[in-house]
Design a protein around this ligand. Structure first.
Ligand SMILES: Nc1ncnc2c1ncn2[C@@H]1O[C@H](COP(=O)(O)OP(=O)(O)OP(=O)(O)O)[C@@H](O)[C@H]1O
Ligand SMILES: [Mg+2]
Ligand SMILES: [Mg+2]
Length: 489
């Protein structure tokens, strides 16, 4: 029997704000445990919450980015539970009136090969609401430690419809969502720092059956590829269970990255009744139409929209755009460099230097991870000047490579390096002619030259290398060819 899998995600994203959701205690990653707290975070008697406006603003931006319907009015609810990660015994969240409803995220599936664009489609969202994060527990053999630094940090929860059907779609969704959020500067989305966390709900049903199967919720995945592996494993496990006549029970399972399997944490029956009720100490929030118009202007161009623009209006190949566009910083760098050339250089030449040469230097030969652009000595103006020097024939493409490495290391402008090292292209025809004559006179090229004279124009290609070498790479190969033809008649 064939099966269809249905997957819905609950993605938690920590917003980049200076202070916490309902108090002015600061929040950032990596501080000494329990140093980012105050009476509100620790829920001492008599404290009252005060809403962080910036967190609401960023959530509305996230909603607009995901094309959600932004509620005119939303409110806060208490989600009651008893666990040491929350000193209040409840979490402030939003129950029946979230800030954002509906919405969608565009995803791209893998193409047939690296230089072919994959299929695009929309993944439907259910809602996005804002809540506060909880503390972090670390368990030991006999006791546990709690760190309340994270408690009360603004946390967006993005809930999708069960609209994904395999692990690759889940991977594509999380990648696209993360790129969009990074482009808008709403969060750093570092999964390993817990800034982006994902629970995956998975069910399977016989192909053709309308109603969805019983869902299992997966937790504890801390990389996007970890989520992909966990989902792929869980779909296989459920199909295997169903075909062996076993029923799937609603439960929560934990992904173990070291053994790459999911194991049961708890059954649905053990799950909590949260007794949600409206928070009496906070007013509902209204978001006006005028405010929405102002906020909409702050949104960046979405990475996929930018990619289409680069392909359509700048005629860049898909491969280059797929390197530049997911990373807003890199795409901005490219556009600035292109602008600096004043339209005199083909966009592809500029894009190539950034997507190939610059990234190669930034990654220093490593497969994954690279230096951030902000730590690099190059500005867009360096790239622009280098492409202009080649375009104007001041240096050859070969020399541009040498200069690139040098300017990356030193931060010196390419024109300075050309001057300092005398790397100008061979524009002195007389000098080039004498080099060409000298090389052509070498008896070892006799055969090639006679073949050329008999009409085999390609025969002299073997002379270009030695001539290039004699000019120390400073002559344009096209010019060498012209000169050779002239000298050999
Ligand atoms: N049958 C299903 N198969 C796969 N995913 C599902 C299914 N039903 C719901 N989901 C997904 O699970 C997520 C949460 O669903 P839902 O709101 O129903 O449950 P919840 O908030 O986890 O709480 P509870 O499980 O107590 O209802 C959503 O992303 C939704 O798309
Ligand atoms: Mg939640
Ligand atoms: Mg859930």
């Amino acid at each position: 029997m064939e099966f269809t899998a249905d997957i819905g995600l609950e993605v938690h994203v920590q917003l980049k704000t200076k202070s916490k959701m309902f108090t002015r205690a600061p929040y950032h990653y990596g501080a000494e445990p329990n140093t980012l707290t105050d009476p509100v975070v620790l829920a001492l008697p008599g404290v009252l919450p005060v809403m962080n406006k910036e967190a609401v603003r960023k959530t509305v931006l996230l909603g607009l980015l995901c094309k959600c319907k932004i509620a005119e009015r939303c409110k806060w609810d208490r989600k009651n539970y008893f666990y040491p990660d929350s000193p209040k015994n409840y979490q402030l969240s939003q129950y029946d009136q979230p800030i954002c409803e509906g919405g969608e995220v565009e995803i791209e599936m893998l193409g047939a090969s690296r230089n072919v664009m994959g299929e695009h489609r929309m993944v439907q969202l259910t809602r996005i609401h804002l809540e506060e994060d909880v503390g972090k527990l670390t368990h030991f053999a006999n006791d546990s430690l709690v760190d309340y630094n994270r408690a009360g940090a603004p946390l967006c929860e993005i809930v999708t419809e069960p609209d994904m059907h395999n692990a690759d779609e889940v991977f594509a969704f999380l990648t696209a969502l993360r790129n969009n959020i990074l482009a808008a500067g709403l969060s750093d989305c570092d999964m390993e720092k817990g800034q982006m966390r994902c629970d995956a709900n998975i069910s399977v049903r016989p192909k053709g059956q309308k109603e969805l199967g019983v869902k299992v919720e997966l937790k504890n995945m801390n990389t996007i590829s970890g989520v992909r592996n966990a989902v792929a494993y869980e779909i296989k496990r459920q199909i295997h269970a169903v075909t062996s006549g076993e029923a799937i029970h609603q439960q929560t399972r934990r992904w173990d990255p070291s053994t790459q399997v999911t194991t049961k944490m708890r059954d649905k029956e053990e799950s909590h009744d949260y007794r949600y009720f409206p928070e009496p100490d906070l007013m509902p929030v209204s978001i006006g139409k005028e405010q929405l118009k102002v906020l909409a202007k702050e949104l960046p161009e979405l990475p996929f929209d930018r990619q289409r623009r680069f392909m359509e209006t700048l005629d860049l190949p898909y491969t280059l755009t797929s390197v530049l566009c997911p990373d807003k910083e890199l795409a901005d760098f490219f556009e600035e460099a292109l602008e600096d050339t004043g339209g005199k250089v083909a966009p592809k030449a500029v894009a190539n230097l950034i997507a190939n040469d610059l990234l190669r230097e930034l990654s220093g030969g490593e497969e994954e991870g690279r230096l951030p652009l902000s730590e690099c000595k190059l500005a867009p103006a360096h790239i622009a000047e280098l492409t202009l020097l080649v375009e104007d024939g001041v240096i050859t493409k070969q020399i541009a490579q040498t200069i690139f490495t040098e300017m990356y290391a030193t931060g010196k402008m390419p024109s300075t390096l050309v001057e300092e090292k005398g790397l100008q292209a061979h524009n002195d025809d007389g000098e080039l002619e004498s080099i060409v004559r000298e090389v052509a006179a070498d008896p070892k090229h006799e055969k090639a030259i006679s073949q050329f004279k008999e009409g085999n124009t390609k025969a002299i290609n073997s002379l270009i290398g030695p001539i290039m070498k004699a000019t120390q790479g400073k002559a344009d190969p096209r010019k060498i060819q012209e000169m050779l033809a002239k000298v050999l008649g």
